[in-house]
Design a protein around this ligand. Structure first.
Ligand SMILES: [Zn+2]
Length: 458
């Protein structure tokens, strides 16, 4: 069996256009007439100069009405994961009537449309927002870019291989960007190659050809977009590599009518999944607020892992106070292991996570049964336990530290999945990790996680 490619394309479209969701610019006089004292308005947002791909740029945010200290934040939507750029503003910016927001080289964008949702908030609590779409123009005269299709942007910026029945489907978008003043005509056919290891330096797994259905001309200062869908049946080289939990790199090569090729490459990987039996030990000891906070914390855990292309299924479980007995307060490692041995979730292949009201006198606030933990609920190693790590707010309401607890569950589950402590700044597996230590690296951490027996191809 061999992999086959099919392809389609969108009409040629210029990229110097604005989006349908954009806010209309407002005249300064008109805005001032409408603003109540203390309010703030954004009149307009525009790039200071043209936004060129892969180059730093600035957005000018024109303001009216505000005074005092504040913050401008810009949520950027583009082909990859959305991100936020922020800067402080002060009296100078209000007097000048605008604030420029810098996007550094690290925050530069590829060719194509980008949408900026700009928010401003000032000391008085007044706030305003404004949305603008901008064409990011290609810096190169002519280039190709590959990206995930269907705006699937969870995880790393890679193309997802999705298992469907007895084959893998791999969909990607192909974008040609023309930064020149002359149109470029392309041949409709393309070549494709899948590599294990780096393109050109690893092992060529499969290769072939395909064709777009219609003639291709990329207009001056325009982009052209097409898509390619691969079907890799059982027995094909790509299927076997993906089943073996390997990443692949794909290269697409197209040719100009006038001669000369243009090419691009991107990583292809599957999404992995594992499950957690999140078990409240002493259910009545959790208030409604704490129950809500616990599952917000589990969402944090899921986000930490999804950034590394591993998603998390959750089964919500509990043990009543009466049944839990002394396990609501864990006072030793021995007692934690008694809990792992005496209580288990159903036979669902999920990791048992016991959330207890208190761990005290032990020197730890979380414990994993083993590194890695077993693929069975039997025995004294099967589970992780965490202190619910709560606090009481000024109004006397009990809450959980959502960010910390989400990290703590992620850390202990990381041990269960085979991860040891590291000293890398910001890493989830620091021996005394805090709420902001949430990174997982590719090698060895991602490579280790996906080989645990309870981690499946999603
Ligand atoms: Zn640890």
């Amino acid at each position: 069996m061999e992999t086959t490619a099919s392809a389609g394309q969108s009409p040629d479209r210029p990229i110097n256009r604005y989006g349908p969701l954009d806010s209309p610019p407002v005249e300064a006089e008109e805005a001032r007439g409408r603003l109540a004292p203390g309010q703030v308005a954004i009149l307009d947002v525009q790039p200071v100069e043209r936004v060129m791909s892969d180059q730093p740029f600035q957005l000018r945010v024109r303001l009216a009405g505000g005074t005092g200290e504040g913050v401008v934040s810009v949520l950027t939507h583009w082909a990859g994961t959305p991100f936020v750029v922020e800067r402080r503003i002060g009296a100078d910016d209000h007097d000048r009537g605008y604030a420029d927001v810098e996007f550094t080289a690290d925050q530069s964008l590829p060719p194509g449309p980008a949408t900026f949702t700009v928010g401003v908030i000032v000391e008085s609590g007044a706030q305003a927002d404004f949305t603008v779409s901008v064409a990011v123009l290609p810096s190169n005269p002519f280039s190709m870019r590959l990206s995930p299709r269907d705006n699937f942007v969870t995880g790393t910026f890679s193309v997802r291989a999705v298992k469907s029945g007895n084959s893998y489907q791999i969909n990607m978008t192909v974008t040609l960007s023309n930064g020149d003043a002359a149109a470029v005509a392309m041949r409709q056919d393309f070549r494709w190659e899948f590599w294990d290891g780096p393109v050109g330096g690893g092992t060529l797994v499969e290769q072939g050809t395909g064709g777009f259905p219609d003639p291709i001309t990329v207009g001056a200062h325009s982009t052209w977009e097409g898509w390619i869908a691969f079907n890799s049946p059982s027995g094909s080289g790509i299927f076997n590599k993906l089943e073996g939990r390997e990443d692949l790199a794909v290269r697409i090569i197209m040719t100009r009518q006038s001669g000369g090729t243009v090419e691009a490459q991107i990583t292809v990987r599957t999404m992995f999944s594992y499950g957690l039996n999140i078990t409240r030990v002493g259910a009545e000891s959790f208030t409604n607020e704490e129950y809500t906070d616990l599952y917000r914390a589990v969402d944090v855990t899921r986000t930490i892992y999804e950034r590394r292309d591993v998603t998390v299924a959750v089964d919500r479980r509990f043990i009543s106070n009466a049944s839990a007995g002394g396990f609501t307060v864990i006072t030793s490692e021995t007692e934690a292991r008694d809990l792992f041995e005496q209580w288990s979730g159903p036979d669902n292949g999920f990791i048992d996570v016991f959330v207890v009201p208190s761990i005290s006198g032990t020197g730890f606030d979380g414990l994993a049964g083993a590194i890695p933990g077993p693929t069975s609920h039997d025995g004294r190693n099967s589970g992780v336990v965490v202190d619910k790590s709560g606090f009481v707010d000024g109004a006397g309401v009990r809450h959980l530290n959502v960010a910390y607890l989400g990290m703590l569950i992620g850390h202990e589950v990381g041990h269960y999945l085979g991860l040891v402590h590291v000293s890398e700044a910001g890493n989830l597996m620091l021996s005394s990790s805090t709420a902001t230590d949430t990174n997982l690296n590719y090698d060895p951490q991602y490579r280790t996680i996906i080989r645990h027996g309870w981690v499946r191809i999603a």
